[in-house]
Ligand binder design. Structure first.
Ligand code: MN
Length: 336
């Protein structure tokens, strides 16, 4: 059955996304830890939407003068059941993880860390960074891949250039005007991700698979997306069934992140840095992490989040658990 057939004829566009229309997801500011906290602007997850394809988390930040904000200083912390994607516009971040990878994350390069069954990593701005500007996103792993061994990949896409635009496809396949670009980076559901640049007063149709849903995050400029205006840091959601994304720049150039993918169709449970499926699973991840870093006594089950290089800043302990049971994220905007 096509997605078209699943959308009720009398759908209420005030609360639900309609085909060829845009659901606007507003950013909310979140301090990213520490007394000199840097502020990030989170558009996923939120009340109206938990997932776009398998994308389950989107933080946009900067440009920030790091002398004022302190920049990104996130000591060692764990992840499960997801892939993290770092994409920078300005600055650099030093990445270190328990799978044995260290990397400098730079603009124009995707750094994708697969947590799988468990990983821990740290992220600190590089010493020579004065301005930090970018995004961090997470992709939920489907049930069949979520216990895979952890790994890390880096890829610098060759930009696809055309009249008035350039497109850097860092995940999946996207194209325009008869040309397309495919990333070799491995994902476990059909997922796409790209940075788009549009010159002033230009418009572009981006070809997308009709069964994918999409998001457009505005980093600069004020584009029209599917004919509707989208403001700075807003994430526009385009449901499956579109076939192409239409973007038009106004008097200023536009820079945007495009994300998309096949609907995950799995209920995930996100708590802190863990993605799981049940309350018990996430409780066990937390207990294992706390025991591994010596923050709380507990029975160790192997080394899920280690080893980690010595002489690095102290790891982040997990927050206190809520007193209620953790519940999977509902996805009320989702039709399926
Ligand atoms: Mn992380």
């Amino acid at each position: 059955m096509s997605n078209l057939e699943q959308v009720p004829a009398e759908q209420d566009c005030r609360t639900l996304p309609c085909l060829d229309e845009l659901q606007i997801l507003e950013p909310r500011p979140v301090p990213l830890g520490g007394p000199r906290a840097m502020t990030v602007f989170r558009t996923l997850p939120q009340k109206q939407r938990s997932l776009i394809g398998a994308w389950c988390f989107l933080d946009h930040y900067g440009p920030d003068d790091v002398a004022r904000t302190g920049g990104m200083r996130v000591p060692r912390h764990p992840h499960t059941g997801l892939q993290t994607v770092s994409w920078l516009f300005t600055g650099a971040i030093e990445h270190l993880d328990s799978a044995g990878f260290s990397a400098t994350v730079r603009p124009g390069e995707v750094n994708l860390m697969t947590a799988g069954q468990g990983i821990s990593h740290s992220e600190f701005l590089s010493e020579d960074t004065t301005v930090l500007h970018g995004a961090q996103l997470w992709i939920a792993l489907p049930d069949r891949a979520r216990f895979m061994p952890p790994t890390f990949e880096n890829y610098r896409p060759e930009p696809l250039h055309g009249p008035g635009y350039s497109l850097r496809v860092f995940l999946g396949t996207l194209g325009a005007q008869g040309h397309s670009s495919t990333s070799p980076v491995q994902t476990h559901t059909e997922v796409s991700g790209a940075e788009l640049w549009l010159e002033p007063d230009t418009e572009l149709n981006i070809d997308v698979p009709v069964h994918h849903e999409h998001g457009v995050l505005v980093d600069a400029g004020t584009p029209q997306v599917q004919g509707q205006p989208l403001a700075h840091r807003e994430l526009g959601f385009i449901p499956a069934g579109a076939g192409s994304l239409h973007l038009r720049a106004g008097a200023e150039p536009v820079r945007a992140l495009l994300i998309g993918g096949e609907p995950l169709n799995e209920q995930i449970l996100m708590w802190w840095n863990f993605v799981g499926r049940t309350h018990e699973e996430v409780i066990a991840y937390r207990a294992q992490w706390q025991a591994e870093i010596g923050a709380e006594p507990g029975t160790l089950h192997g080394e899920q989040f280690g080893p980690f290089p010595p002489d690095t800043p102290a790891p982040l302990p997990a927050p206190v658990l809520p007193t209620v049971r953790l519940r999977p994220r509902p996805n009320p905007g989702d039709q399926r």
